[in-house]
Each structure stands twice: as structure tokens, then as C-alpha cells.
Design a protein around this ligand. Structure first.
Ligand SMILES: [Zn+2]
Ligand SMILES: [Zn+2]
Length: 438
């Protein structure tokens, strides 16, 4: 037996009898650099070549696999029993629009609402553990000068610099550019005017410590955890598992895998994060991530409680999570995609044009836009600046192709690209069925 990452799919086998893809919905299975392919799809192809079964496993499958299972292309096996004797956690929504009152302003509470603090109180008093989840590293995602409005951005990327308070640095999470935390504004040269905006895990931890000075807490993010071998737990996670920490405050690094028997409360600080960036799969990803985080609560004998802080409690993702209605969410997402002819009901491809010379990139993108062959059931959008219009010093423009399922996308793209001369310093990347629109 071979347990491997993506590349294991290319290994030779004498008699391959079964392929298992665990957590098949994981975006990480899709390689973003170089040859772009989805490991799940490769596994299905390899299984077909070898004439052996393939198992795609997930508690929150990708919509593609859900639709394939519904349509009878895949056989659907359901595991209805939860690990051990634990019941599913109760999920409740906290409407942040209702939770802003003058008392709050007085207490300077910004990220932990009264219902969440009350639940934390109760959990800690019972000698149980809690986890606070916010999928954002660092202290604050934006630093702003209150005097002149200057925002700190990365010189190489169209991205804000994230404050890391413990390290006293501003850092770009796209390219790694860093500078020491400035004491004055580089624009107006006032000092004492720089203000952190929005929370990262470090800031949530700071507020938690103000309200619960006696509780032991730790931060778990890729800044505080080093990569380890499979099955290994380290630092904050190990202390939490041993009960030496009461509250773990973490990013998506805490979302999966680990079993914490005394963890009964999960608080999601900002359930709306990442829900509305115009990305086709943003809703699916949000549902999958929050479902996974929720699953951390109450995995032993004690029932779990999950509190989701949101400003959109009526949103379908929030409602499905609150009702524990996974299939309902998938049904809705399915009809939404079907109506929009979006994958898996239509085909989608992204062309990203990039290079160090912005003018050359934009000119090539314009030429590509003009050269798009007219074809039935094919629509081309753009060029427009990509989500990260500047990334690691590369200017990026994007074109999107939307087509009916009957269209041979590969042939269309080939014909299109053959008609455009791309200068040497400009790169065109084609991503069929893109998982992210960055
Ligand atoms: Zn300023
Ligand atoms: Zn950068």
C-alpha cells in the first residue's frame, strides 16, 4: 500500500486494486503552479485506466462529486454514525447586528459578543475547553493612518500588509515582504496616528485575555506551528490535547484532524469571512470550512455547542449550518450553479496574463480579448485586473471563458492561443475549471 500526496498518482503499480482520496473536496488537491490538474480527477482517470474502484471520501464533498453521486455516475455511500458516542453539536447563530449596544462600546468589546462570552464563561466554569476560530493570521489585516488615511500596502502585490504584533512587523501574506512596525506615517510623518483595522487571531487572543484573565489560552496558526510529520501534534495543539490550555484561538490549521475530548464549545469569530469575494466556490468553501470547524465540538461523551458570529444570519450557508442541513445546502448550491450554467453544469476556464511589465501584460491581454474566436455557447469576459492585480511584482490580468458542457474547451483554448503572439516576458496561464479566481 502507498500512502501519498498528489504525485503518488503517477507511481507505477503492479496490480492496483483500489484508490482512496481522503477529504476529496480539499482545494489543496489542485496544484496551482505549473501543470494545473486536480488530483481527484487524476485519481478517477487512473482508476479507470487500471480498471479498479476509487473511493472519494469527505464529510463535505465537493459539489462536483455530490452532483455525480446524485446523477448515478458515482455510488453514494453514507456513514451516518459519528465517531464514538458523540452527538452532533448544536449550532447557533449570533446576529452581530443585534449585539452592538452602548454597554459594548464601554467594555471595548469588539470581536467577542456577549452571548459568546457567556458561553465561554459557562464552558470554563465547567472545566471544559473552548476553541475560537478566525481564519486570519496576525493581529490586524490593515493598518491605517488616522491623520491622512494612508494604508500600508505591499510594494510587490496589490495586498494590504498584515500587522504581526508579537513580531512587531508588517507582513505581506502573498509574497513574504516585511518591514518593522513603523512608529510614524510614511506619508504625513505624524506619529501615534497608525491604527489597526479588523481582527486577526492575535487580536482576538488579546481581547479574550482582557475578559478572561485567569484562563489559559494559546494561538494556533502557521505562525506558531512548525510543519511536522503526519499524526504529530506540537506546541499549542499538544498542550490543548493534554488539557494544559483552556482555550485555543486558531486559524484553519485547527479545523481538522485532531481529537480533543474535552472541547465542547467552538466560537466562530467571523463566519462571514471569505463568503462574498465573487468567487464561484466561495460559498461552498465557507460551508465546508465552518462545517469542519463545527465538528471539533463535543467529540467525546459531552455534547458540543457551536456559536457562529455573523452579520448575515439569513444567508443560506448560515441557515444550513444552523439546521445541520448539509444536503439542503448542496441542493440549493446545485440549483444556483445550474441556473448560472456554472461548473459542473457548464465549463469555465481562466486565462491569467502576467509579467513584470504592466503595459506589456495589459496589451497582451487586450489582444487576447480581441482574438477570442466566436463560437456557439461560448462567452468570454475580460480582460480585467485579476483579484491580485499585482502579485510578487507581476502585473496580472484575467480573462474568463464560460461555455456549455457540450463545448470542447481544450480545442477552443488551443485555437484561441494559437492566434496570439505572446511576448517573451509575458506569461499566459490557462486554468480549466479554476478552483480560485486569484
Ligand atoms: Zn499619515
Ligand atoms: Zn507582497
Amino acid at each position: 500500500m502507498v500512502v501519498g500526496a498528489r504525485s503518488a498518482l503517477f507511481l507505477p503499480f503492479a496490480a492496483l486494486g483500489l484508490i482512496v482520496v481522503d477529504e476529496e473536496h480539499e482545494q489543496a488537491f489542485k496544484q496551482q503552479e505549473g501543470a494545473i490538474y486536480h488530483a481527484r480527477d487524476m485519481a478517477v482517470v487512473r482508476a479507470r485506466i487500471e480498471d479498479c474502484p476509487v473511493v472519494l471520501a469527505s464529510a463535505t464533498p465537493s459539489l462536483e462529486s455530490f452532483v455525480n453521486a446524485q446523477g448515478g455516475r458515482y455510488t453514494h455511500h453514507r456513514m451516518t454514525a459519528r465517531h464514538g458516542v458523540a452527538e452532533l453539536p448544536r449550532v447557533r447563530l449570533i446576529d452581530l447586528r443585534q449585539e452592538r449596544d452602548p454597554v459594548e462600546v464601554e467594555h471595548k468589546a469588539q470581536w467577542l459578543s456577549p452571548p459568546l462570552r457567556a458561553a465561554l464563561d459557562k464552558t470554563l466554569a465547567a472545566g471544559e475547553q473552548a476553541m475560537l476560530f478566525l481564519n486570519r493570521r496576525g493581529y490586524a489585516p490593515l493598518t491605517l493612518c488616522e491623520a491622512c488615511g494612508h494604508k500600508f500596502t505591499c510594494p510587490h502585490c496589490a495586498a494590504w500588509l498584515v500587522e504581526h504584533k508579537y513580531r512587531r512587523r508588517l507582513a505581506c501574506h502573498q509574497c513574504g515582504y516585511e518591514l518593522p512596525m513603523p512608529t510614524e506615517c510614511p506619508e504625513c510623518h505624524e506619529s501615534g496616528t497608525l491604527k489597526p483595522c479588523g481582527p486577526g487571531v492575535e487580536r482576538v487572543a488579546e481581547e479574550f485575555a482582557q475578559f478572561f484573565p485567569g484562563a489559559r489560552h494559546a494561538i494556533a496558526s502557521s505562525d506558531t506551528l512548525m510543519p511536522t510529520g503526519p499524526g504529530e501534534m506540537q506546541g499549542p495543539l499538544r498542550l490543548f490535547a493534554r488539557g494544559e490550555i483552556d482555550v485555543l484561538i486558531g486559524t484553519q490549521i485547527v479545523a481538522k484532524g485532531h481529537h480533543f475530548p474535552r472541547l465542547t464549545l467552538v466560537g466562530v469569530v467571523d463566519a462571514d469571512l471569505g463568503g462574498s469575494d465573487g468567487d464561484l466556490r466561495a460559498r461552498e468553501r465557507t460551508f465546508q470550512l465552518l462545517h469542519q470547524v463545527s465538528g471539533r465540538a463535543g467529540r467525546a461523551e459531552k455534547p458540543g455547542l457551536v456559536l457562529l458570529q455573523t452579520r448575515n444570519p439569513e444567508d443560506a450557508v448560515m441557515q444550513a449550518l444552523a439546521r445541520g442541513d448539509r444536503d439542503g445546502f448542496y441542493e440549493q448550491e446545485r440549483s444556483f450553479r445550474e441556473a448560472a450554467s456554472a461548473p459542473p453544469f457548464g465549463r469555465l476556464a481562466a486565462l491569467v496574463v502576467s509579467g513584470p511589465d504592466g503595459d506589456a501584460v495589459r496589451e497582451t491581454a487586450r489582444q487576447l480579448g480581441r482574438a477570442a474566436p466566436a463560437a456557439r455557447d461560448v462567452k468570454v469576459w475580460g480582460p480585467t485586473p485579476a483579484f491580485y492585480a499585482l502579485l510578487r511584482g507581476q502585473t496580472r490580468e484575467r480573462l474568463l471563458v464560460q461555455a456549455a458542457r457540450s463545448v470542447d474547451m481544450q480545442a477552443y483554448l488551443k485555437a484561441w492561443l494559437a492566434g496570439v503572439k505572446v511576448p517573451g516576458a509575458v506569461r499566459v496561464t490557462v486554468d480549466v475549471d479554476p478552483v480560485s479566481f486569484f
